[in-house]
Design a protein around this ligand. Structure first.
Ligand SMILES: NC(=O)c1ccc[n+]([C@@H]2O[C@H](COP(=O)([O-])OP(=O)(O)OC[C@H]3O[C@@H](n4cnc5c(N)ncnc54)[C@H](O)[C@@H]3O)[C@@H](O)[C@H]2O)c1
Length: 250
């Protein structure tokens, strides 16, 4: 039987690249997202590389939906060996510019979502005495980013949640690790650039944040997820791995 990986946010960007990469590694991938059309495209890409995936349209902020989709995955695909929380949203705003709605939405998707998926999945991992949870956080969880107040708070919270899960469950065979990407060229960044007054200048500024003057690729994050989730990553636990092209070194 192939191992099972659950990947959230799999309809786009880093989540899509992670689903395809883990499928190539030999996992059966259960892909979760709100965006059904995007999931269908990821499924096509998984099948193109000869992999196996299953798609589930779900709002990860809904506790009942997360519980029921997790039970469905356990029955139809198998108990998860790996859970990768990738789904996320952002709002460009200082504290003073952040509405109650935006604050709640960013915290709900970026922090409550991983809490809900972990709470639903952990018992299945504990039953078998092994499992790896990878949380895609951000450099914004480690340093302050301009006009990203709710986003930075949510990602710092996710790093804290990661460490707490590792501390509580390491002796039961569970590892939990956060990955903190720098700027990665995805659909998300594409939308930010498209809405900028000068998209070319905005692109240059985003690329310049990394020491080598380019944005990362979704595959460069997926490769790290694959390493952490796999047997070579077995000594990595309860930490935040920075994959940012040196963005936070300066
Ligand atoms: N792109 C970057 O530069 C960058 C940098 C650091 C961290 N990250 C993190 O990586 C993750 C993925 O980012 P991306 O750039 O690939 O974004 P993306 O917008 O391309 O993909 C995010 C996915 O999450 C899904 N999603 C959002 N809310 C959801 C919900 N409530 N339920 C189910 N699915 C939901 C979206 O439908 C989308 O498919 C995010 O957590 C983001 O914070 C991205």
């Amino acid at each position: 039987m192939s191992p099972v990986a659950v990947v959230t946010g799999a309809a786009s960007g880093i989540g899509r690249a992670t689903a395809v990469w883990l499928a190539r590694d030999g996992y059966q991938v259960a892909m979760l997202d709100l965006d059904t059309a995007g999931l269908i495209e990821t499924l096509r890409q998984v099948e193109d590389v000869g992999g196996k995936a299953h798609r589930f349209t779900v709002d990860l902020c809904d506790p009942l939906a997360v519980g029921s989709v997790t039970r469905e995955i356990a029955v139809t695909v198998g108990a998860p060996d790996v859970l990768v929380n990738v789904a996320g949203v952002g709002v460009a705003a200082t504290v003073l510019e952040t509405s109650d709605e935006d604050w709640s939405r960013v915290l709900a998707v970026n922090l409550t979502g991983p809490f809900l998926t972990t709470r639903a999945t952990l018992p299945l991992m504990l039953d078998r005495g092994s499992g790896v949870i990878v949380n895609v956080a951000s450099v914004g969880g480690l340093v302050g980013l301009a006009r990203r107040a709710a986003y930075c708070a949510s990602k710092a919270g996710l790093i804290g949640l990661t460490k707490a899960i590792a501390v509580d469950h390491a002796r039961q065979g569970i590892r939990c690790v956060a990955i903190c990407p720098g700027t990665v060229e995805t659909e998300w960044i594409g939308k930010i650039l498209a809405n900028a007054p000068d998209p070319a200048a905005a692109r240059e500024a985003m690329a310049a944040r990394q020491l080598d003057g380019r944005m990362g690729t979704p595959d460069e994050i997926a490769a790290m997820v694959s390493f952490v989730a796999g047997p070579e990553g077995r000594f990595v636990n309860g930490t935040a791995l920075v994959v940012d092209g040196g963005m936070t070194a300066a």
